[in-house]
Design a binder for this molecule. Structure first.
Ligand SMILES: Cc1cc2nc3c(=O)[nH]c(=O)nc-3n(C[C@H](O)[C@H](O)[C@H](O)COP(=O)(O)OP(=O)(O)OC[C@H]3O[C@@H](n4cnc5c(N)ncnc54)[C@H](O)[C@@H]3O)c2cc1C
Length: 324
């Protein structure tokens, strides 16, 4: 037993980007356990997703669990199938993104496989036993965890891994499924619909803080996000003040993002906020206080009043042809 099973994530017929860094984690984990990477796609009629994911990484096989019972996500429906495939491919490590969905079903997979589990894994290595590193206390402490059970479950903090590159292409094989559970029924899901990309998938995130003083002020951030084709985020203080919806919150108790460009507008840069965005490739901070801690992590800083410079920047971006 020494392979790695990576569970792919998809939504609305599209492969979620968080799958690709999870495959990269899978490749590193496979080196540690000396085995192969297998990828599992669960759903119904999502052949295109299975074919797409097969293009990425150094993957031995893509396993496609195709069933009407898996059309709508439920942790109760997904977990037994993941556990079944983990056993079939002799997976020592089962990995999935530490997303809302991944952290929902993985504990059930752990129970089914009698496996120890680590959340927010940012590193895996062998030190006489399989060890994982995970951040704690807003990233100010890095914990090393050794999982000693024969099978191990990892919820991967995807912002710490690069996307898997396109590879040679893996074969796709349909999974023979047993009886599905009939004691659990999908009733409904209420999703916040947005034309903008999902915050954790976006290449550009424009985030605002309490300094904006109102929900209306976020409109200029939304305009900037739309010019870039990006998403809008917020600090917890902005969310708690009612300026922005909860699902925009970035940080320790919100979402973790690592876009190519993160623009922090009127955000002070508290450690709990930084832990959700400091992995961003380029950070731009706009704050009227030159001493604001956000400037310590920013690649570019603008000490200015957001109400003056954000509309000016939007006009400049439009004149450069963005958004057209
Ligand atoms: C357990 C715990 C978990 C937490 N989790 C999170 C989390 O997930 N995410 C998170 O964000 N926070 C989190 N926090 C809260 C965090 O500690 C901060 O309170 C919060 O991030 C501050 O948000 P802010 O930067 O928007 O507000 P403030 O700290 O009030 O900063 C506002 C900034 O706006 C600037 N400003 C004001 N007016 C203007 C203007 N006109 N133009 C430009 N700049 C201006 C000010 O100079 C200031 O720097 C958590 C706290 C705890 C204790």
């Amino acid at each position: 037993m020494a392979n790695v099973l990576v569970v792919a994530e998809h939504q609305d017929g599209k492969l979620r980007k968080v799958t690709l860094p999870t495959i990269t984690f899978g490749e590193q984990a496979a080196e540690v356990v000396g085995g192969e990477v297998h990828v599992l796609v669960l759903g119904h009629g999502v052949d295109a997703i299975a074919d797409e994911v097969a293009k990425y990484g150094n993957v031995a096989k893509v396993h496609y669990a195709n069933s009407a019972a898996l059309e709508k996500y439920t942790a109760e429906g997904f977990a037994p199938v993941i556990a079944q495939v983990a056993e079939q491919v002799d997976a020592e490590i089962v990995a999935a993104p530490a997303s809302a969905q991944g952290t929902d079903y993985l504990p059930r997979v752990a129970v089914a496989l009698d496996a120890g589990m680590v959340t927010n894994a940012i590193k895996v290595w062998d030190d006489g036993g399989v060890r994982f590193q995970r951040p704690m206390l807003s990233g100010s402490v890095l914990e090393t965890v050794e999982v000693t059970t024969p099978r191990k479950i990892a919820a991967v903090r995807t912002t710490d891994f690069d996307d898997a590159k396109e590879g040679d292409g893996a074969p796709v094989e349909t999974v023979e499924l047993g009886e599905s559970r009939d004691d659990v029924e999908f009733v409904s899901m209420e999703l916040v619909k947005s034309e903008r990309p999902e915050l954790t998938d976006a290449d550009v995130v424009i985030a605002g803080g309490r300094g904006l003083k109102s929900g209306e002020a976020f409109e200029m951030l939304e305009e900037m996000a739309d010019l870039f084709g990006g998403a809008v985020g917020a600090s917890r203080a902005a969310v708690d003040s009612g300026y922005a919806p909860t699902d925009w919150q970035i940080g320790q108790t919100g979402k973790v993002v690592a876009p190519n460009l993160y623009v922090a507008i009127a955000i002070s840069g508290a450690i709990q906020h930084l832990s959700g965005m400091k992995g961003s490739k380029v950070i731009v901070a706009i704050n009227k206080d030159a001493e604001a801690p956000i400037f310590q992590v920013a690649d570019y800083g603008l000490v200015a009043d957001a109400f003056k410079v954000v509309p000016e920047l939007n006009e400049k971006l439009k004149s450069m042809g963005l958004g057209s």
